[in-house]
Design a protein around this ligand. Sequence first.
Ligand SMILES: [Zn+2]
Length: 188
Amino acid sequence: MSDNCLHIVPLHKEDYPNAELKAKEILEWFQKKGIVEKELSACILSKDKKGYRFKPNITSIFNEGELWAYRDKYCIYGLELVFEKRTVFHPQEGAYLVIDCPNCNKTIDEQLGYEWISDWYENKGKDYQNCPICKEKRHLTEYHIEPTWAFSNIGISLWNTHWDLKSDFLNEMKQLFGTEIIIVPVRI
Ligand SMILES: [Zn+2]
């Protein structure tokens, strides 16, 4: 069986402040709603990291969630919190990348796009990059990327859930993060 996940990532330029505290606040939101268990367990796709296993109320955050069966037989079925370091939330391994300048709308060379991403990931002080075509300087998160990628030092991942999130839930996440959010669907 193949796994999938949804990354939910805030949109921001400077590193997100107090990422660990915010991740705890978001976890508490999920726990208060009875969506995840209280304790960490092996329920995410990771060799050395644990997550919070979903409870039946996970169906409440999806449109027509009640029509979907609660997937209690799944081993990988939980919430992952990411807050330790800068993370590239990409659609899948080996995903293609089309990166367009937000100013001139021209497509940047793919290889250069990957270099920019690695500059950001390695925190080299090069979060802003000049478009090689129109020379405009923009933050990496301002470039248009297809399919959706996200860049942040915080994010959450929902493992093996449905994908059709309710707009109420998305609004709650926006409020919790205090930013716009980006959803990255991943098939593995
Ligand atoms: Zn440009």
